[in-house]
Design a protein around this ligand. Structure first.
Ligand code: ZN
Length: 403
């Protein structure tokens, strides 16, 4: 039986939310979904007076600027509303195993300064965090900005993180960090809320301004020294019951049977495909390789053995990832981390095993894509994370309610 052909019904109108607060209005302005008084009224269902009252408090708090724009039709110009990007600053700190990146950004996420710091592997927080704080303080001073302008700090760490306590809880990559509160180290630079998250979740957050604009179901693979996944399903980040979702590197695979992993267990995927294991193997055979970035650099300039190793890592990861793809049916696997520096080679290996390992339907529209922000994904994600926290409707309403 076929249905009669007819025009599709019009989409239902956006349901009004008469309870919309000033914080909700800022969210609409910031996302660009409503940038005039009229649009705010239409989207929220609020009366003109109610919109006006809320905007007055946002403008008084210095968060919103109202400017006049020439009307294209020559009619009365409509005022456009924008977030005042200079109403404060946020700081971003992406701590890796051998490198930390830091930045200072305006409230719209525009980067004002950034620095990358190479560090010895295995430094504890007592050594590394004062260095991080020093870099942040120096950048603020160079910009002529003060710590009390900072509204929040976003930070990423390898391994599982307890977001409520702002601590690492299980990080084989960063020994000595578990359970250590990190906010006190940064308090002298800026006494602002610290948001800490796992590096793969942060990489997924960076894709909110990238591949997640078009796709709701994406696996963000960080293939670097370690291996991990940021899982976005139905537009939502999946953290798991204990925040430990996405630990792809420690999935047990037959090829790694009996091989020790840095997590203390044996048989993990990382032991045959993680950057640390590849570097170890090369060094044992007498090669001058200190970091997975050295291996990737050699692969990029066409060194045959390096390319073969990177492709093989992609194959191993594809084998382990196939089950996740079959179960979750993502639209894309996004590849970031140091291995993405040799994206074509790594992705070729990944495709070799990923597609044959999934169901036909899960593989049909599946794309393997490079991370949008490359080496900067950690910083971009940290900024996104902290802005979403400190400019959330709840946080803004709390700010406005302060006497
Ligand atoms: Zn492991």
């Amino acid at each position: 039986m076929s249905l009669p052909a007819s025009a599709p019904p019009p989409p239902p109108p956006t349901p009004p939310s008469p309870g919309a607060t000033a914080g909700d209005l800022l969210e609409l302005i910031r996302s660009g979904r409503a940038t005039t008084r009229g649009e705010l009224g239409r989207v929220t269902g609020l009366s003109r007076t109610a919109v006006s009252a809320r905007l007055t408090s946002l403008v008084a708090a210095g968060l919103v600027l109202e400017g006049e724009e020439e009307s294209a039709t020559g009619g009365r110009p409509a005022s456009t509303l924008v977030l005042d990007r200079d109403a404060g600053l946020v700081l971003a700190v992406a701590v890796g195993r051998s490198r930390s990146q830091m930045s200072v950004c305006a409230l719209d996420g525009t980067e004002l300064a950034s620095v990358s710091h190479d560090q010895e592997v295995g430094l504890g927080p007592d050594v590394l965090m004062p260095v991080v704080a020093g870099h942040l303080a120096r950048m603020l001073a160079d910009l002529g900005r003060a710590g009390d302008e900072v509204r929040g700090i976003g930070m990423s760490l390898a391994g599982t993180v307890d977001r409520d306590r702002g601590v690492s809880v299980d990080s084989p990559a960063l020994s000595g960090w578990d359970g250590v509160p990190l906010a006190p180290y940064l308090r002298e630079v800026a006494d602002a809320p610290l948001v800490v998250d796992n590096d793969c979740n942060v990489m997924a957050a960076s894709e909110r301004d990238g591949h997640l604009i078009d796709h709701d179901d994406v696996l963000v693979l960080k293939a670097s020294t370690g291996l991990g996944l940021g899982i976005v399903a139905g537009g939502q980040l999946v953290r798991g019951h204990r925040g430990a979702a996405g630990e792809l590197g420690h999935v047990k695979v037959p090829a790694a049977a009996g091989l020790p992993c840095r997590c203390g267990d044996t048989g993990c995927l990382e032991a045959v495909a993680g950057g640390w294991a590849l570097v170890e193997r090369l060094r044992e055979s007498g090669r001058e390789v200190h970091h997975v970035r050295d291996l990737v650099a050699q692969a990029v300039i066409g060194h045959g053995e390096a390319r073969a190793i990177v492709r093989e890592s992609g194959r191993r990861v594809g084998e382990a990832l196939a089950a996740t793809v079959t179960v979750l049916n993502p639209r894309a696997v996004v590849v970031g981390g140091d291995m993405a520096g040799a994206f074509d080679t790594f992705a070729a290996g990944l495709r070799d095993t990923l597609f044959p390992g999934t169901t036909a339907l899960a593989g049909r529209d599946l794309q393997v894509l490079p991370a949008t922000y490359g080496e900067r994904a950690g910083l971009v994600g940290c900024v996104r994370l902290v802005l979403d926290e400190v400019l959330s409707p709840r946080a803004v309403d709390a700010l406005l309610a302060r006497p």
